[in-house]
Design a protein. Structure first.
Length: 307
């Protein structure tokens, strides 16, 4: 029996066409039995006899992959592959695909929503109103301010487009700089240090690598404006979480909107006490449209590589 393990819980949730595509190709689908991000041990059990896997953010390191004796293809449900040991996969001739572009607009929308929500204290005001505390809460301005974008790929470009509607100055940093795009859209190339000093909003859209891990720590936070809003919809390891917690507790930055954490859900209890932090459950890409596109693309990618 040919099997495919599917770990993302939103896979084909609103449209079963990707499921039917896999089934018509002769594959039995094994769903995530945990109802949450799977542990390493759960992955080792579930992946043992499958031919392919459609993977979310669940661990797919060398120890897990070593248990997958029949595995012939990996399809990432998304674009970030830091949870996959690609070196192991390559050495065992297991192709790894991504759903490039499938969720870019959804993530860019959510990043901008976090900017707005943090700046205007939307969550705090809502909570107060539900407790009948009818007190005005001062917010920070958004229109005409400066946004710094780390990673000017599809999502970063989407954030820049949204910022243009708010007449914001856009600074951006990317190792692979697109001069033509930046010039056409009024985006200024900046160093990380310049963004930290000048931006009122900072949005992260970088992959997690040895070079980007901890790109924002205590030293970087200390150089930021006191009114800055820091948004991360990329990967948790980009920010030193204890340093961020300290900055938020001490009011050294205005606020943060964080959709991704080093551990999910986070274990540090201090994160749950901060009223200047909007937390997300790694759901920036979770819209019906993005989910349907990612599901179909992942299924098609997997079948292509299996065949």
């Amino acid at each position: 029996m040919k099997k495919v393990l599917v770990t993302p819980r939103s896979f084909a949730k609103t449209d079963d066409a990707p499921v039917r595509l896999l089934q018509e190709a002769g594959y039995t689908i094994v769903r995530n039995p945990a109802g949450k991000i799977m542990t390493k041990e759960e992955m080792q059990t579930c992946i043992a006899d499958v031919d392919g896997v459609i993977i979310g953010v669940d661990p797919l390191d060398a120890d897990v992959l070593a248990c997958a004796k029949n595995l012939r293809a990996i399809a990432k449900y998304g674009v970030g592959t830091d949870n996959i040991d690609k070196n192991y996969a390559a050495s065992h001739h297991i192709p790894v695909s991504i759903t490039a572009g499938a969720n870019s607009n959804a993530v860019a929308d959510y990043a901008f929503a976090l900017m707005m929500g943090c700046a205007r204290r939307v969550v705090k005001i809502d909570a107060m109103c539900h407790e009948k505390q009818w007190t005005k809460v001062m917010g920070a301005d958004v229109y005409g301010k400066t946004v710094g974008i780390f990673g000017l790929g599809a999502i970063g470009k989407g954030v820049a487009k949204r910022a243009a509607g708010f007449d914001m100055q856009v600074l951006a940093y990317d190792v692979f700089w697109d001069d033509a795009y930046a010039a056409a859209h009024g985006i200024t190339r900046a160093t990380p240090a310049e963004i930290f000093r000048q931006a009122d909003f900072i949005s992260l859209h970088l992959p997690l690598t040895d070079e980007t891990r901890g790109i924002i720590g205590a030293a970087e936070l200390a150089t930021m404006k006191p009114n800055v809003v820091l948004v991360n919809t990329a990967r948790g390891g980009l920010i030193d979480e204890p340093a961020l917690i300290a900055a938020l507790q001490q009011g050294r930055i205005w606020g943060a909107g964080i959709d991704v954490f080093e551990q999910e859900p986070p274990a540090n209890p201090e994160l749950y006490t901060l009223d200047n932090l909007i937390m997300g459950s790694h759901c920036a890409a979770s819209t019906n449209g993005a989910s349907e596109t990612m599901s179909m693309m992942a299924a098609q990618n997997l079948l292509r590589d299996l065949q």
